[in-house]
Design a binder for this molecule. Structure first.
Ligand code: SAM
Length: 423
């Protein structure tokens, strides 16, 4: 068979092996050079294939299930079949797809005996074609994550979130200046909060205004915490978990005097690089948040979290994680809130936020912080300041954003945000 098209498929298969089998994250693998051996087009193709397979994994598995009389084959074979299903039902010529995945299964000694089965199944799938894909229900998230989310938000909301995750996300830009001008230059639309959204964006660094530093990439939901603070010129703001710096840039663009801190040596450099591209300034510090001292007008705490709000953009997350580290994150968030409060002047504002869909990392954190700290209050006017739908306000006074919100505009990442006032 022709070897054309094999390298990106092998690379996509290897990505799935590492994500599903070893719990590695796609960004970490790609950042670590997993696709560097490929030509740029093949690199993009491998990433797209793996991403599509992860986004549609539950549906692909349901489509494959009738072909296994007993147990499903090994994950190695399953991953080849999943990719085959994605490609065939996506309209790729079946012949080349079937040959490529039979070859991948055949090259592994442990699975070589499954070549015939792989060939037979993928040929049957090709008879179903794209229609066999679209007629099936929306893919669901794995049970370990779906269960607590159904408990938190109910089944209809979860169904809407599954649909939003499956739909994926467009490119969102936060603008340094006038969003309408940026939207015109990049062919995007201005969302109600001022974020510019671009469908069919090409390479980001080639887009109009990138080199000039007119905007930076940031999901519409991720831009809301700084809008809720509404920083003023000269306000001293400590951005305690700052990298890669999306919110630092928003704060600096508003004229705040920003100190940006992050514990990650690998990530802190991104804050400085981003600031310099958009021609903004902040004091950038590599430090553990718990070692930071001082007194600020405001602290932004974008705490490390499960990142379950970002599944639209990172469909690998539910397969790379299993929830086992979430308890540690929740405990760390609590300690970070308590430490952040010590860094505020009386009357100062703490913006707490997480890109999580789990109430334990949002609503419950703030409910408990209010119990722990006498006199601490929620600033209820913050939501209004950001021009956000008041219906999204939560019982303790924070703001809940979910991927199924703004469905007609293309959704948003899941986020929780609360602005607290220190007595
Ligand atoms: C959600 S990300 C921040 C995103 C960033 N605020 C933005 O808008 O671009 C969380 C960050 O917290 C950092 N982090 C985790 N633990 C930390 C600690 N103890 N002290 C400071 N930074 C920490 C991580 O390195 C990570 O960059």
């Amino acid at each position: 068979m022709s070897q054309a098209g094999l390298p990106p498929r092998r690379a996509a298969h290897h990505l799935l092996e590492q994500i599903i089998g070893e719990g590695r994250l796609m960004a970490e693998l790609i950042g670590g050079g997993a696709l560097d051996h490929l030509a740029p087009d093949d690199r993009a193709r491998a990433q797209r294939l793996a991403t599509d397979a992860l986004r549609g994994l539950d549906r692909a598995d349901r489509m494959l299930k009738p072909y296994f009389k007993k147990a499903a084959p090994s994950e190695y074979v399953m991953n080849a079949l999943r990719l085959g299903v994605i490609e065939i039902t996506g309209g790729e010529a079946a012949h080349g797809v079937v040959n490529a995945y039979v070859e991948i299964v055949g090259r592994n000694q442990r699975t070589a005996s499954m070549k015939g089965m792989t060939n037979a199944i993928l040929r049957r799938i090709s008879e179903e074609g794209p229609a066999g894909w679209t007629k099936r229900a929306v893919p669901l998230m794995p049970g370990w994550l779906r269960k607590p989310l159904v408990a938190a938000w109910g089944r209809p909301a979860m169904d809407a979130m599954d649909a939003a995750h499956f739909a994926g996300a467009q490119l969102d830009l936060t603008c340094k200046g006038d969003p309408a001008r940026v939207a015109e230059a990049v062919g995007g639309v201005v969302l109600p909060t001022g974020t510019v959204r671009v469908a069919d964006a090409g390479q980001v660094s080639q887009m109009s205004g990138f080199a000039q530093g007119d905007w930076w990439v940031q999901d519409a939901a991720a831009a809301v915490p700084v809008m809720m603070l509404a920083p003023t010129t000269g306000m001293t703001v400590l951005d305690l978990c700052a990298a890669p710096g999306g919110k630092t840039m928003q704060l600096a663009a508003a004229g705040a005097k920003v100190t940006a801190v992050d514990i990650s040596e690998g990530r802190i450099g991104r804050v400085s690089e981003n600031l310099s591209r958009v021609k903004l300034t902040a004091d950038v510090m590599l430090s553990d948040a718990f070692d930071v001292t001082g007194q600020y007008d405001a602290v932004l705490l974008d705490a490390p979290c499960s990142a379950t709000g970002t599944i639209r953009r990172h469909p690998d997350l539910p397969y790379a994680k299993d929830g086992s580290e979430f308890a540690d994150l929740i405990e760390q968030q609590e300690r970070l809130i308590d430490h952040a409060l010590t860094l505020l002047k009386p009357g100062g504002k703490l913006v707490y936020c997480t890109c999580s869909l789990l109430p334990d990392e949002g609503e419950v954190q703030i409910e408990e912080a209010l119990e722990r700290h006498a006199g601490l209050t929620v600033d209820l006017s913050a939501t209004e300041r950001a021009g956000i739908d008041p219906d999204w306000t939560t019982y303790e006074g924070g703001l809940r954003l979910r991927p199924d919100y703004w469905p007609e505009l293309g959704g948003m990442d899941g986020f929780y945000i609360a602005v607290l006032t220190k007595p």
